[in-house]
Write a new protein. Structure first.
Length: 459
């Protein structure tokens, strides 16, 4: 066994706790598949490795923070790993829980590779027939502390054995940080490109020095890419490629956290535009230019926004979004932002106009622990969690130090429940909502920076 592959025996938290107020109680249990992943960050799913069809997890980790005379010192490098289910018993004689308890960790990016803050990976076929992994990296405030460590790399899957990965650099040594990459054909030449948002937050105490821009990285074929080109101002970390206006061209939908959105509370609502919006979309004009339009302008700093087809059972694609705020901070602009919330956005006939919005969470659903530097909620995604035929929502609490699922009621409203055994499971990545063990029911996967863990909630 190579030093990048090690078996992980699941440390299962076998506590059966009923979820209160549920119409259909899924009896969720937590199974921790790794409790020693230092600085666990983002988690996605995707079939990367050759062999029998099993859904894998791809997880990034920031590494270990240290503390100096002026506060926390960010780690120089982190890791990216694949978790592959290694259940080897007789499948038909095993229980669904047993099939979730044994995983191999296969390291793609090691500490020696020097990737600072590896963020949300993307699984994509870039060169050859095998799935590769794109890794954006960088720390929001790196330039303020005198570093230039932002990067985008892709890791070629050679497939001969689990730890054969070849590094390819797209961007290195940048003042910007990169948190996600959309890998699609954006310019219509039948070669896939990269689109990303570059963020340099500058001085943490000065929102006016933030630099945020949408960058296009043209694909040249055979795994080669051109230098990044700025095609828009603003946007945010976690982007989505989607044809918003149904014209056959892929647009970019994005939250906004850094930059002018900080001034949102001081601008009359009628005067707020895309520059200070919480969520925006960049329209692909087809000629290499992009136009920016506001989606919602009254939600404070945005964290994530993602499309969900048939959310309410009527075939309509709606967008689930989260803001990222902290009501514990008593001075503006923080004290003027809306409380931590999950929203539903629905574009109208003209998506260039503000989209209709509904708040899905209730006041107090995501209580934040701590002051400045902490906020809630984090990312969210949808899936039928309790097998009642309706789509529910899994939500990372982030600064609220727990993880949640929002159960959809027959009338299309939602009730928020904390997942069992998730007290202290804070600063979380995910969620992934998938049937990982072929049980017919979907599991929820979150990682936790606070607990250095990757855990699955199943029923």
């Amino acid at each position: 066994m190579s030093n990048r592959t090690r078996p992980l025996l699941g440390t299962a938290a076998l506590v059966l706790l009923p979820v209160l107020q549920a119409v259909a109680n899924p009896m969720l249990e937590r199974t921790t598949i790794d409790d020693n992943l230092t600085g666990a960050a983002f988690v996605i799913s995707g079939n990367v490795l050759p062999g029998p069809y099993r859904k894998e997890l791809v997880v990034s980790a920031f590494g270990e923070f240290t503390f100096g005379p002026f506060g926390p010192v960010p780690p120089a490098a982190g890791t990216v790993s694949i978790y592959r289910n290694n259940w080897r018993g007789r499948w038909f004689r095993s229980t669904p829980l047993e099939r979730l308890q044994n995983w191999d960790r296969i390291e793609i990016v090691s500490l020696d590779d020097g990737i600072t803050f590896p963020n949300r990976p993307t699984v994509a076929r870039i060169k050859g027939l095998r799935k590769d992994v794109i890794v954006p990296g960088g720390y929001f405030f790196d330039s303020f502390i005198g570093n230039s460590r932002g990067s985008i790399t892709w890791w070629e899957n050679k497939g001969f054995n689990p730890d054969r990965w070849i590094r390819h650099d797209v961007i290195t040594g940048s003042n910007f940080s990169y948190h996600s990459v959309a890998y699609k054909d954006f310019d219509g030449d039948h070669v896939k490109d990269m689109m990303t948002v570059a963020e340099d937050a500058g001085n943490p105490g000065d929102p006016d020095d933030d630099l945020v821009e949408l960058q296009f990285i043209k694909g040249l074929g055979r795994g080669r890419f051109a230098a990044p080109i700025k095609v828009g101002d603003g946007g945010g970390a976690l982007i989505v490629a989607h044809d918003v206006n149904h014209d056959g061209l892929l647009d970019i939908v994005s939250p906004q956290f850094f930059g002018p959105v900080a001034t949102q509370p001081f601008i009359p609502e009628a005067d707020r535009g895309a520059r200070v919006a919480s969520y925006v979309w960049f329209e692909n004009n087809g000629d290499g230019t992009y136009s920016k339009w506001a989606i919602g302008t009254n939600q404070g700093p945005g964290f994530t926004i993602t499309p969900v087809r048939n959310l309410l059972g009527d075939g309509v694609t709606r967008w689930i979004a989260t803001n990222h705020t902290n009501p514990n901070v008593a001075f503006p602009p923080f004290s003027l932002y809306p409380e931590p919330s999950v929203y539903e956005f629905t574009p109208g006939a003209n998506p260039r106009q503000l989209w209709s919005v509904r708040t899905l969470s209730a006041p107090g659903d995501f209580p934040v622990t701590g002051g400045i530097g902490q906020a809630a909620p984090g990312a969210a995604d949808a899936g039928d969690i309790n097998d009642d035929g309706r789509l529910d929502i899994a939500v990372a609490g982030d600064g609220s130090r727990a993880v949640y699922w929002m159960e959809q009621q027959p009338d299309g409203t939602f009730i928020t429940h904390q997942l069992p055994d998730s007290d202290g499971y804070g600063q979380n990545g995910g969620p992934v909502i998938r049937d990982l063990n072929f049980s017919g029911s979907k599991e929820i996967v979150f990682s936790s920076f606070d607990q250095d863990s990757v855990s699955i909630w199943s029923h």
